[in-house]
Write a protein that binds this ligand. Structure first.
Ligand SMILES: Nc1nc2c(ncn2[C@@H]2O[C@H](COP(=O)(O)OP(=O)(O)OP(=O)(O)O)[C@@H](O)[C@H]2O)c(=O)[nH]1
Ligand SMILES: [Mg+2]
Length: 350
């Protein structure tokens, strides 16, 4: 299947060799959507052929016993197999859910990926229910609460934060935020982002998992690099991985800009965190091997990345503003995370 997808990508895009990194970063989104459409079309044709063949074989059997029962059953089983593959391929969005302790920067990471301050972020317990950001058509921005069809208009972050406070929502309820898809390539590609309250503020983690996690394609655990992974964060992912087989998990050690204040211990802290994160994925959750796990752990600063992207959008260099030593390395690492994330999303779509 992987070779098939690669071949399809080169067919669709006309690329025959591996693309260089820059081209890859700028074209992955469109390749993903176009390859998905092409594969859908091909499987549509395969479904028709399989269907026609089975009808033909069954008609033949009615006239003369040329094909035995086992062979007929085999042909019929292909109908179901192709239908199952088509069902997976036709899913119209990929869902990524962000978890971690309060104030670790979950909402900031989503904002950085979307290149705009969409979700409220701030000190203290900020996100008080599940917030799903998805693309809207026609340039409209609005939100919808659970059980209501009413579109509440949102023009800016302040209004959104107010609307979320006024709604008096329970922590496991869901608010859907529709944001113009042309404003972010990931929204254009039907990636849906789910922000959550801190895992340390709820006693209803099982409900959260049943209501919001079972259909997630990718999970991002946002940690605070200034401290260490907590029991609540570990427990949450233990439960997720009991309910889902081998969930795709990325770990972001966020607020890594804080390490710039203590350069003398930066490397030792980084290797300590890396080892713990890899052990967590490989030995505790058993969701990946050492090599895969090493590709899933990142040291980033969501705040800096968002700030840099807002400056870039204004035509300024990304390092404008008060940015700590080592910003470029952290910025590259965030981009590296996004590239691996997009690869993972493309794999899950297969
Ligand atoms: N220094 C630094 N501060 C950050 C970073 N990311 C987020 N923050 C700040 O940390 C505070 C909390 O960030 P949020 O994004 O609201 O954190 P959260 O995990 O969504 O928190 P809750 O919604 O309360 O669960 C905000 O004041 C952010 O500006 C970072 O990488 N570095
Ligand atoms: Mg938040």
């Amino acid at each position: 299947m992987a070779a098939y997808l690669n071949r399809t990508i080169s067919l669709v895009t006309g690329q025959t060799g591996p693309a260089d990194d820059d081209r890859h970063a700028s074209s992955t989104d469109t390749i993903f959507v176009r390859a998905k459409k092409k594969i859908n079309d091909i499987y549509g044709e395969i479904e028709e052929y399989v269907h026609e063949t089975t009808t033909f074989i069954n008609a033949l059997h009615a006239e003369a016993e040329i094909v035995d029962k086992a062979e007929r059953e085999l042909f019929e089983s292909y109908v179901y197999k192709v239908a199952a593959i088509r069902e997976v391929l036709q899913r119209d969005h990929m869902k990524v859910a962000f978890f971690g302790r309060t104030s670790n920067g979950k909402s900031s990471v989503i904002n950085a990926m979307l290149r705009e301050k969409i979700l409220p972020s701030g000190i203290g317990h900020t996100t008080n229910c599940f917030c799903q950001v998805e693309g809207s058509n026609g340039g409209e921005a609005y939100l919808m609460t659970e059980g209501s069809e009413e579109k509440l208009n949102v023009v800016n972050i302040k209004q959104l934060a107010n609307a979320l406070c006024q709604e008096k929502l329970c922590e496991s309820s869901l608010v859907r935020i529709f944001w113009p898809r042309e404003r972010c390539s990931l929204l254009r590609d039907d990636v849906v982002f789910v922000d959550s309250p801190g895992v340390d503020v709820s006693a209803n983690l099982d409900d959260w998992i049943d209501n919001h996690c079972l259909n997630a394609d990718v999970f991002v655990l946002v940690l605070n690099a200034e401290s260490t992974m907590t029991r609540a964060e570990k427990q949450f992912f233990h439960t997720v991985s009991q309910k889902l087989s081998k969930p795709n998990i990325f770990i972001l050690n966020n607020r890594w800009d804080a390490s710039a204040n203590e350069p003398e211990c930066q490397e030792s802290v980084k290797s300590q965190h890396t080892e713990r994160c890899i052990d967590f994925l490989t030995k505790e959750l058993k969701v990946s091997n050492e090599k895969e796990a090493a590709e899933r752990v990142f040291f980033v600063s969501a705040r800096e990345t968002l700030q840099a992207r807002i400056e870039e959008a204004k035509g300024n260099p990304p390092h404008m503003g008060a940015i700590a030593e080592g910003f470029q390395i952290r910025y590259f690492e965030f981009q590296d995370f996004e590239r691996k994330f997009e690869e993972c999303i493309s794999q899950s779509a297969k």
